[in-house]
Design a protein. Structure first.
Length: 165
C-alpha cells in the first residue's frame, strides 16, 4: 500500500520511538512506532493526537511527544518582506560548521581533551534545516529563523538568546 494521496508529514516520531493506542484511551494500547518515522497529524484531542503514517495506518499517540517538521511559510500573495541575500548567512553557517567539525576531529583523534572541546564550541551557534529547495536558517546574531527559497530570505520566526523559537 502506497502513501495516501497528498501525504505530507507534519511531524516525526521522537528518536526513542513512541507508543500508540487504538483510541484516545490509556487502556487501548497499540504497537509502538519506529524512531524518526514521518507522520501527519490528523486530529488533536487534548494531549492525544491521531496520526497517519505514509502507508495510511492511523493511531493515537501522546501529541506532546511528536517532533514538528518545519513547513513553508504561508503564501502572502505579494513579494516577500525581506529580500536579504542568503549567501552571507550561509557562509557564516559554513564557518561555524567547519569549526565544529575540526574540533570534533581533534577530540576524536586525542589532540584535545573534552574541556578544550567544550571551550572551543561554547560560542558556536548553528541552525539549518534543508528539505530539497526549502531551507530554514538560524541567525542568532539577529535572533531570527529565516525561510530561504534560494534567492531571498524571509523572517520565519524569532528565537530567544538560546536559539529556541
Amino acid at each position: 500500500m502506497g502513501p495516501p494521496d497528498g501525504f505530507r508529514p507534519t511531524h516525526v516520531v521522537p528518536a526513542d520511538g513512541l507508543p500508540t493506542w487504538t483510541s484516545p484511551d490509556p487502556a487501548a494500547a497499540g504497537v509502538p512506532l519506529d524512531p524518526l518515522l514521518p507522520v501527519a497529524l490528523a486530529e488533536a484531542n487534548g494531549n492525544w493526537a491521531r496520526i497517519v503514517c505514509s502507508n495510511g495506518w492511523t493511531a493515537w499517540v501522546d501529541g506532546r511527544l511528536l517532533v514538528a517538521l518545519p513547513q513553508r511559510p504561508p503564501a502572502t500573495g505579494g513579494p516577500l518582506a525581506t529580500t536579504d541575500d542568503p549567501r552571507p548567512l550561509l557562509a557564516a553557517l559554513e564557518r561555524s560548521l567547519a569549526t565544529y567539525r575540526r574540533l570534533v576531529d581533534d577530540w576524536a583523534a586525542g589532540r584535545i581533551d573534552l574541556e578544550t572541546f567544550r571551550d572551543g564550541t561554547r560560542d558556536l551557534r548553528l541552525g539549518a534545516v534543508l528539505d530539497g529547495s526549502d531551507a530554514w536558517l538560524l541567525d542568532l546574531d539577529r535572533g531570527r529563523w529565516y525561510y530561504c527559497d534560494a534567492a531571498q530570505l524571509q523572517t520565519y520566526a524569532t528565537a530567544d538568546r538560546d536559539g529556541r523559537s
